[in-house]
Write a protein that binds this ligand. Structure first.
Ligand code: IPM
Ligand code: MN
Length: 347
């Protein structure tokens, strides 16, 4: 029995999670895999109801009662704390609480989807527990000024860089020239913390002679991810930079609705779309379910269920390739339910 803990989240979260559970159930049945879904409440709605963004005890249950966690998007722009930050986002609670240090964001252009290049297929590995985001909740502000602090630690950089090289070794996709590579994205030309990141990257890279190691400054990386995305294989970077570059990458492959994410630690993992809760289109059967569904694919892969993962990934691909799912402005033409049915039909 594979036990999946679900956090349906806010906005379009519940409808995306319903779609994904439907697809997971159908695929698991075909493969004779037994799945169970537990429900934990989290997000802005939970915060409004209870004063906390996650149900009491949920973090502990994620570690002990479930094999992995599937999370919908959370947060609502109007639900804010007195300091002005959003109250319903779970980044700090889950990423730091579960110590999921690697945020793995595959950016892949699926057949039939209009992208900005012929071929786009790379993985962005975003450091997930430190960097600028570690300042959440502890930055200072007054009427005249505000400041947040960015932290890199040797152990923190080492583990995420190692993770990026292992990802490159184990990856099926390859860049255009077939050369396995990891690109370190940093701003070491200006900031000491990033110079430290780059030095630690170089030390770890020496242990992976089979994989090309290269550097890009953050601004050049943003340029090249648009101008020459086929060059990239695996990229590794700081938390906030990774946040921005993953949305940039999404824009090149059909939008945020195409991009899944895996938050991986040594003792826990959770899976979520890289996008937000899009409250403006919630409940209208308009959201693209693909990033949520592909997040479930990453979950299955993580649990060693490669057969079921491939079954779902192939169904998503063929639904896109044969035009059963067609996106206009990131929205599936027939709606969320029709897109879900198109995937289920192709399992
Ligand atoms: C993401 C999201 C989150 C982040 C938000 C919702 C706090 O944008 O997972 O990329 O910034 O990390
Ligand atoms: Mn983001």
């Amino acid at each position: 029995m594979v036990r999946i803990g679900c956090v349906d989240g806010d906005g379009i979260g519940p409808e995306l999670m319903d779609s994904t559970r439907e697809i997971l159930r159908a695929a698991a049945e075909l493969d004779g895999v037994e799945l169970s879904f537990g429900q934990e409440s989290g997000g802005a709605g939970t915060y409004l109801a209870t004063g906390e963004p996650l149900a009491p005890g949920a973090l502990e249950r994620f570690r002990t009662d479930y094999d992995a966690v599937l999370k919908g998007p959370v947060g609502l722009p109007e639900v804010r704390k007195p300091d002005g930050t959003e109250a319903g986002v779970l980044g700090g609670v889950l990423r730091n609480g579960l110590d999921t240090f690697a945020n793995v964001r595959p950016v892949r252009l699926l057949p039939g989807v209009p992208g900005t290049a012929e071929r786009i297929d790379y993985v962005l590995v975003r450091e997930n527990t430190k960097g600028l985001y570690l300042s959440r909740g502890s930055g200072v502000r007054n009427e005249h000024a505000a400041s947040d602090q960015l932290l890199m630690t040797r152990a923190g950089v080492e583990r995420v860089v190692r993770f990026a090289f292992e990802t490159a070794r184990g990856r099926r996709g390859a860049p255009e020239d077939g050369v396995r590579r990891v690109t370190c994205v940093d701003k070491s030309n200006v900031l000491r913390s990033f110079a430290f990141f780059r030095d630690v990257f170089d030390e770890i890279a020496a242990a992976y002679p089979d994989i090309e190691a290269e550097h890009r400054y953050t601004d050049a990386a943003a340029h090249d991810l648009v101008a020459d995305p086929g060059h990239f294989d695996v990229l590794v970077t700081e938390n906030f930079v990774g946040d921005m570059l993953s949305d940039l990458g999404a824009a090149t492959v059909g939008g945020l609705g195409m991009c899944p994410a895996a938050n991986i630690g040594d003792a826990a993992a959770y899976f979520e779309p890289a996008h937000g809760s899009a409250p403006g289109i919630a409940g209208q059967d308009r959201a693209n379910p693909i990033s949520q569904v592909l997040s479930a694919v990453l979950l299955l892969e993580h649990l060693g269920l490669a057969g079921t993962a491939n079954r779902i990934a192939s169904a998503v691909e063929s639904a896109c390739a044969d035009g059963a799912i067609r996106l206009t402005g990131g929205v599936p033409e027939g709606g969320t339910k029709a897109a879900t049915a198109a995937i289920t039909d192709r399992l």
